[in-house]
Design a protein around this ligand. Structure first.
Ligand code: SF4
Ligand code: SF4
Ligand code: SF4
Length: 251
């Protein structure tokens, strides 16, 4: 994806709030910890059904990234594995020992496999969101700590160079997350230099939307597949259509 395109789809807290998404209040003011599960975890409800709280994934993790939730870990589900990337991120082991160790498919090996081998980049543990109010790059200070820390540099995070309108000099080098590639490993959050991280990984279901079926994104690969069974015999009355567009008249 080109930087420009990535900017358009980049995830940021400011944009989400401006767009009416309540992630700010859901996440920032919540006392619950975000439920960031190990690689390959099923959707939350299915995961909670399948996970037997055995802790084998936690024992298999060589970086002590994972731990089993206790009573004080509000919102996570006692005994279930999760991680807090500000403390220890997922180091994206290529052999994915946590998932391999899972005896129940709560961590789905198939979802992380490509032609018989593991591909950790297929993990979708969460998604990184930039807080544009507190990220120093948005103040005009040069910082690329999150960008440099990302294992998928220039894919999951790109730098969008902008003119600094406030000073009229220099460029602002802004980190932008591309949800297509972000795995939610949290290495960016771990590396962030601000007192409280200005880039945070949150569960994808909190911030990722879903298009209605009637939208066709024709320029994406396979995007026009929805047109396969479309009725091509529909005749459009151009005059009527223009009138409807101009005046909002029903067709
Ligand atoms: S991929 Fe590696 S670092 Fe990440 S949770 Fe699994 S074992 Fe731990
Ligand atoms: S290994 Fe699987 S079943 Fe056991 S705690 Fe981890 S996710 Fe749950
Ligand atoms: S969560 Fe991981 S993959 Fe996503 S932007 Fe941060 S470092 Fe990159």
């Amino acid at each position: 994806m080109q930087r420009r395109e990535a900017f358009k789809t980049g995830f940021s807290l400011l944009a989400l709030v401006a767009g009416g998404v309540a992630v700010g209040t859901q996440y920032a003011s919540a006392t619950q910890l975000p439920r960031l599960r190990p690689p390959g975890a099923l959707s939350e409800d299915a995961f909670l059904t399948k996970c037997i709280r055995c802790g084998l994934c936690v024992s298999a993790c060589p970086f002590d990234t994972l731990r089993l939730a206790q009573f004080r870990d509000n919102g996570v589900g006692i005994g279930t594995p999760f991680f807090e990337p500000r403390k220890i991120p997922c180091y994206m082991c290529t052999d994915i020992p946590c998932t391999e160790a899972c005896p129940t498919d709560a961590l789905d090996k198939k979802a992380l496999s490509e032609q018989g081998s593991y591909d950790i980049n297929k993990a979708r543990m969460g998604i990184a969101v930039v807080d544009e109010l507190n990220c120093v790059a948005y103040l005009g200070v040069q910082c690329d700590a999150c960008y440099r820390a990302c294992p998928l540099i220039d894919k999951a995070i790109v730098i969008d160079a902008r003119h600094n309108d406030r000073t009229g000099k220099h460029a602002m080098l802004l980190p932008k997350v591309d949800p297509t590639y972000c795995t939610g490993c949290g290495k960016c959050e771990h590396a962030c230099i601000t007192k409280k991280a200005a880039i945070t990984v949150v569960p994808r279901e909190l911030v990722v939307g879903e298009l209605n079926d009637n939208y066709v994104v024709g320029w994406q690969e396979g995007g026009d597949a929805k047109l396969k069974d479309a009725d091509t015999n529909i005749k459009m009355d151009l005059k009527k259509s223009i009138k409807a567009l101009d005046k909002g008249v029903e067709l």
